[in-house]
Every structure is written in C-alpha cells, then in structure tokens.
Design a protein around this ligand. Structure first.
Ligand code: HEC
Length: 136
C-alpha cells in the first residue's frame, strides 16, 4: 500500500512538470524565431496584408484633381497644357511612371514633391493627369 501511494504521489508531480515544461516552451519558441530588428518570417504575415491592400487601391481621381489644382496648376495650367510658370505640357502622353518620377524627384525648375505628398497622393495626381487631363 505504501508503495502504491508513493508511486501515485510520484506520478502527479511528473505530470505537472510535463505540463509546465510544455507551457514554457510554447511562448518562447516564436520569440526565438523572430529576433528583434530582423524582418523575421513571423513578422511578415502580420504586415503583409497592409501593404498590398494599400497598393491595390484604385487611384482616387477626385483627390488627384484637388491636389493637382493646389500644387501643379500654377505652372502646368488648368488643362495641363503647361506654359504658366515655365511648366511643361503634361499632355504629351507622359506615362504615369514618368509623372511619378518627375513629381517625386523634381527636374530643373520643377520642384520635388516627395516631402509634400505621400506616395498614394502622388499616385492620385499622376492618375488624374493620365486619365483625365491627357484624355481631354
Ligand atoms: C514651380 C512650377 C512647377 C510646379 C508647381 C510644378 N511643375 Fe511640373 N514642371 C515644371 C517645369 C519648369 C518643368 C520642366 C522641367 C524640365 O524638364 O526642365 C516641369 C516638368 C514636369 C513634368 C515632366 C514633363 C515631361 O514632358 O517630361 C511632369 C510630369 C510634371 N512637371 C508634373 C508636375 C506635377 C504633377 C505637379 C504638381 C504636383 C507639378 N509638375 C508642379 C514646373 C512646375
């Protein structure tokens, strides 16, 4: 009897230890797999859905027109024909990529707008130029 009680008593702590060990390893493993500062695999899935969703958003032409009128019209004119302030005509079929790149980095007398507008805003302006002004 004494041996039976003792072995039962010995089993209980063993089971508890096994549970505790399992519980300890669980949360530690992911932390080891994703060291701070490293773009670890564990981090990417959480961030990934945000960027593609934003990039996949269609350009907002209304927003593009508003921003164009604020920032571009002084030199490129209402219709994008240029002339005002020495701005080039934007109706020569420039691609959205060209417009984005000139807008981002500037060129000669054309100021850079990288710090003025977000990438999404520049995309909206470029879309307004290619989709609306160039088609008029
Ligand atoms: C201060 C006047 C000024 C403003 C404001 C301005 N631009 Fe310009 N832009 C110019 C000038 C000048 C050029 C010609 C640059 C060169 O090639 O020497 C130019 C060139 C460009 C070109 C290149 C055209 C080509 O044929 O390659 C694009 C595209 C353009 N601007 C877009 C924009 C957009 C979009 C905005 C508003 C966010 C804007 N610009 C605001 C003066 C301006």
């Amino acid at each position: 009897m004494a041996a039976l009680v003792l072995s039962c008593g010995a089993l209980a702590p063993t089971g508890a230890l096994a549970q505790a060990t399992e519980g300890t390893i669980g949360p530690v493993a992911p932390a080891v797999a994703a060291p701070a500062g490293v773009p670890a695999r564990g981090v990417a899935p959480a961030a990934a859905p945000v960027a593609p969703a934003a990039a996949a958003q269609p350009a907002n032409l209304t927003n593009g027109e508003t921003l164009y009128r604020q920032a571009c019209v002084a030199c490129h004119g209402d219709a994008g024909a240029g002339g005002a302030g020495g701005g080039a005509s934007l109706k020569a079929g420039q691609s959205a990529d060209t417009i984005l790149s000139v807008m981002t980095s500037g060129r000669n007398a054309m100021p850079a707008f990288a710090d003025t507008f977000t990438a999404a805003q520049r995309r909206d302006i470029a879309a307004y130029v290619t989709e609306v002004l160039q088609k008029r």
